[in-house]
Ligand binder design. Structure first.
Ligand SMILES: Cc1cc2nc3c(=O)[nH]c(=O)nc-3n(C[C@H](O)[C@H](O)[C@H](O)COP(=O)(O)O)c2cc1C
Length: 197
């Protein structure tokens, strides 16, 4: 936790598709975080800092280049007090590059809260979010209940990349308030008793 800016929140852009919408959503969330006095956002974009895709054999050194790629991501995840995952829905689930970066990490997730901002068609990406909860439980992360989701998102943002529905602001506030509560509660608990799993 930074004494001046408060909680450090990693905003992870879950899609890497050419022409993707994800950065628009992530920039809006990062702005919501920046406007608060209690947290600061750091966007982790898996296009700018891709995770390696080939895992080493158990007990073996990783392939050349793997460590260098992870060095751009892992310390930033480790330093975060909380995460916000921005995800679309691909075939009723979340994009493969997002699962890949999740799988490369373990302690970076544990005993940290994770919030979601999703977008998609009729389901607003919520099927991706519900599946992410199952994955993140395995890593001992704490997913917060309230989500921000954009249904048929193509009609829901103006030319400046801002949601046209004013309710989005309120939804983001509730989700970020929950994230902050859990991040502080878990940080205080870990200060008293290191996390052991
Ligand atoms: C491979 C693929 C599968 C998709 N499957 C779904 C889906 O199951 N449900 C849905 O609502 N939208 C689906 N979509 C539409 C995406 O939600 C939409 O294209 C969104 O813009 C993708 O996010 P991105 O632009 O950040 O890549 C799919 C898109 C792709 C590329």
């Amino acid at each position: 936790m930074d004494s001046e800016k408060g909680l450090r929140v990693a905003v992870i852009v879950g899609s890497t598709r050419d022409g993707r919408f994800g950065p628009t959503v992530a920039a809006w969330v990062a702005e919501r975080i920046a406007q608060r006095g209690d947290m600061a956002a750091e966007v982790i974009d898996l296009v700018e800092t891709p995770a390696p895709t080939v895992f080493p054999a158990f007990g073996q050194l990783p392939a050349p280049g793997t460590t260098e790629l992870l060095a751009e991501i892992s310390p930033r995840l480790a330093a975060a007090d909380a995460m916000v995952i921005v995800t679309p829905e691909y075939n009723h689930s979340f994009p493969a590059p997002l699962k890949n970066v999740i799988d490369w990490h373990h302690t970076e997730w544990q005993a940290k809260p994770v919030g979601f901002v999703s977008y998609g068609g009729l389901s607003g990406g919520l099927r991706a979010v519900e599946q992410l909860r199952v994955v993140l439980a395995e890593l001992n992360a704490m997913t917060v209940r309230h989500t921000v989701s954009f249904h048929n998102y193509g009609d829901k943002f103006d030319a400046e990349g801002r949601p046209t529905d004013p309710a989005a602001e309120g939804a983001a506030k509730v989700m970020l308030d929950q994230l902050a509560w859990w991040a502080r509660a878990l940080a205080e608990a870990k200060a008293v008793r290191p996390y052991a799993a």
